[in-house]
Design a protein around this ligand. Structure first.
Ligand code: C2E
Ligand code: MG
Ligand code: MG
Ligand code: MG
Length: 289
């Protein structure tokens, strides 16, 4: 009896593992095909000056337009790509696509706009990031001046101070800015932040979400903003969804905001409209309240 149940349990688990494995294999094959068949695309979410609500830049966010499953968000395939060698191909595609987009917006007569690109720790580790970015800028006839590129890394990248520091410094040497994404969810020490060649801290949505009801969240956000300013860093708050959050962030001197309150991730045509509207008006009309 016990033996039988044991065997069944075993069968159950192997079945589950096999299913999971199969799903991952299918996903991996699908992703390789997605690259070949041009099923990937970038959305762009606007970032605004917190005080003036002028558009300051956009963040490129990857999507996979799956032939059967529709639009798949990055959290469902990036982690898998990071476990295989696929992240390098995917990351390379993102860099080239974003630079091509910068070129297209310029060609449409729009003012240069900063583009933030999410970069996986693996891309920093595997080294070719700097060369790939240089090549992508060059092949689109862009200088660092007309394409203000910002690379977003996570705090975990800062752990490898020696190696990461060198790569980030090389990025800055070619005019690319560096932002630390999801700040507050990792374990960066002050000394590491001070030591690393970075320009921007992005406060994680987790903290912004609990403003203004949660006094702890408010204290953390204020502390991060003043600490960042002390270190000479620009602060962007992520996931701003309410005008109360925006109000608090503005009062605390947060430099920029990004979130559904002011703009969703959009296709390039929508961003072009936004850029055009901004070119016409000195100040953007306030976003939806
Ligand atoms: P992230 O870099 O922190 O990007 C912000 C995420 O928050 C995006 O999700 C965005 O759509 C979402 N978001 C923006 N405003 C709000 C808001 O007001 N409320 C809420 N609830 N969410 C908001 P998305 O596009 O699903 O991306 C998820 C994550 O996937 C990104 O987090 C980033 O870590 C990763 N990712 C996206 N594109 C790429 C890429 O090209 N390469 C790499 N390596 N990772 C990427
Ligand atoms: Mg990001
Ligand atoms: Mg983030
Ligand atoms: Mg994130």
């Amino acid at each position: 009896m016990a033996k039988e149940r044991g065997r069944n349990t075993y069968a159950f688990y192997t079945g589950e593992i096999a299913d999971g494995l199969q799903e991952r294999l299918a996903m991996e094959t699908g992703l390789r095909r997605a690259l070949e068949r041009d099923e990937l695309l970038l959305y762009y979410q606007p970032q605004f000056n917190a005080a003036t609500q002028r558009l300051t830049g956009v963040e490129a966010l990857l999507r996979w337009r799956h032939p059967e499953q529709g639009l798949i968000p990055p959290n469902r395939f990036i982690p898998l790509a990071e476990e295989s060698d696929l992240i390098d191909a995917l990351g390379g595609w993102v860099l080239r696509r974003a630079c091509a987009q910068a070129r297209a917006w310029l060609d449409a007569g729009l003012a240069p706009v900063r583009i933030a690109i999410n970069v996986s720790g693996h891309q920093i580790l595997h080294q070719q990031l700097v060369e790939e970015l240089e090549a992508a800028l060059h092949s689109n006839g862009l200088s660092a001046g007309d394409a203000a590129i910002e690379v977003e890394i996570t705090e975990s990248v800062l752990q490898g101070v020696e190696h990461s520091g060198k790569v980030l410094q090389r990025l800055r040497d070619i005019g690319i800015r560096v932002a630390v994404d999801d700040f507050g969810t990792g374990y960066s020490s002050l000394s590491v932040l001070k030591q690393m060649p970075i320009d921007t801290l992005k406060i994680d949505r987790l903290f912004v979400r609990n403003i203004p009801d949660d006094t702890d969240a408010k204290a953390i956000v204020s502390a991060v903003i003043s600490m960042a300013h002390t270190l000479g860093l620009r602060v962007v708050a992520e996931g701003v969804e309410t005008s109360a959050q925006l109000g608090f962030l503005r009062e605390e001197g947060c430099d920029e905001v990004q979130g559904y309150l002011l703009g969703f991730p959009e296709l390039p045509e929508q961003i072009a409209l936004l850029l055009r509207a901004q070119g016409a008006a000195a100040v953007l009309p306030a976003g939806p309240a």
